[in-house]
Each structure stands twice: as structure tokens, then as C-alpha cells.
Design a protein around this ligand. Structure first.
Ligand code: IMP
Ligand code: MG
Length: 195
């Protein structure tokens, strides 16, 4: 047999990465979050609102682990300015298609860093007068909870650094990874963060 067939291809796509959360750990935690949401919304039909693009995998796994009936919608937002010079303002790239007035809403976020995105998002959605607004974030980078910005369900707290995988990207790469890994910060600094 030719040697090339037996030899594993070298890992080209994951340079300088450290796995923080394995696919199994994520799966287990997502099931726990779904169980909590099921309990809290047992007599309700909430609308899950995923924030594109980073939360698309989280939404897909979370909704399949939930048993309460629910609806799903997405919106896309992006920060004005670049990663090194954010203005704090956000633009709405894609709006919801469902009317959330009077509905129970659960924002499904991939990661909270400074909290700016979520602050704006909450303001945007609260203006539409939902009956209830909750937030689930898979990852929270903040060192401690902020009473001004409550997050009802947090998957994992992660220490600084830039993480990729499970929907999260670095310049649109690595979203497909089934695990979450910290990537070399110097690589991250060279690149604009994206939604
Ligand atoms: P915040 O507005 O500072 O809380 O940033 C939240 C958004 O920044 C997230 O929804 C992501 O799109 C992006 N982001 C922040 N940190 C990371 C990271 O470590 N990896 C990938 N995206 C990130
Ligand atoms: Mg996001």
C-alpha cells in the first residue's frame, strides 16, 4: 500500500489553538441550558432570537434540546468601525420576521465580551414591547456578572483571549469547528472581529 494513503494529512486549519471546551462538554451544557429554559417557559411559547452569524450552531443545538414549543427567528447586527476602533454603535443588517410584541423572547447570543452588542440589542427589542425578555449566552468573557446587563442563562465563563469554533469565527474562519478553542491573540489582533 502506498504510504500516502496511510499517512494522516497534517492539521492545516488549526494553527496555535488551545481547545477550551470539547464538543462533549458543549453538548452536555447545552442540554442543561435547554432543561432550564424548558422549566422556566413550560407554559409559554417563547421566540428564540439568534444573532447571526455567530449563534447559528448554538441555536440549532439548543432548540433541538428543548421540549417546550417555541418559535425561531434570527437577526444580524454588526458593530460600526473595526475591532481596534469600535464606535459602540450597531447597525441592523437583518431584522426579525416575526412580531414579538406581547411575546416571550429569548435572545440567543454566542458570546458576550464588552456587552455593547447585547445592550443595544436589548434596547432594540424592548422598544417592541415583548411580554418577557430573557437572554441565553453560550459564553461570557466578562470577569463578573454586570447587574446592569442581566444574562439569565450562561453556558460557560471564559477568561480573556479570542475564541473560535462552534459558530464563532476569526475573519469568517473556524465557525465549523465542533469545539471551542482559544486562538493565538496576535493572529486575532491582526483581524477585524466579525458578527
Ligand atoms: P461585545 O459587544 O463586546 O459584547 O461583543 C460581542 C460580539 O463580538 C460577539 O457577538 C461576537 O460577534 C464578537 N466577539 C467577541 N469576542 C469574540 C471572540 O472571542 N471570538 C469571536 N467573536 C467574538
Ligand atoms: Mg454575536
Amino acid at each position: 500500500m502506498e504510504q500516502g494513503i496511510m499517512t494522516m494529512a497534517p492539521e492545516r486549519t488549526q494553527p496555535q489553538m488551545e481547545i477550551l471546551l470539547t464538543a462533549d462538554e458543549i453538548r452536555k451544557r447545552v442540554r442543561e441550558l435547554a432543561a432550564e429554559i424548558d422549566r422556566d417557559f413550560s407554559d409559554d411559547t417563547p421566540v428564540l432570537i439568534g444573532t447571526l452569524k455567530g449563534s447559528f450552531i448554538f441555536v440549532a443545538d439548543l432548540c433541538r434540546a428543548m421540549t417546550v414549543s417555541h418559535h425561531i427567528d434570527f437577526l444580524a447586527i454588526a458593530a460600526y468601525g473595526t475591532g481596534t476602533a469600535p464606535t459602540g454603535a450597531l447597525k441592523l443588517l437583518k431584522d426579525l420576521t416575526v412580531n414579538i410584541t406581547g411575546r416571550s423572547v429569548i435572545i440567543v447570543e454566542d458570546i458576550i465580551d464588552t456587552g455593547t452588542t447585547l445592550t443595544h440589542l436589548r434596547r432594540l427589542l424592548l422598544a417592541r414591547q415583548p411580554r418577557r425578555l430573557a437572554v441565553v449566552a453560550l459564553l461570557d468573557k466578562r470577569s463578573r456578572p454586570d447587574p446592569e446587563l442581566p444574562i439569565d442563562y450562561v453556558g460557560f465563563r471564559v477568561d480573556g483571549g479570542f475564541v473560535v469554533g462552534y459558530g464563532l469565527d476569526l475573519a469568517e474562519r473556524y465557525r465549523h469547528l465542533p469545539y471551542i478553542a482559544r486562538i493565538n491573540p496576535t493572529q486575532a489582533e491582526e483581524t477585524e472581529p466579525s458578527v
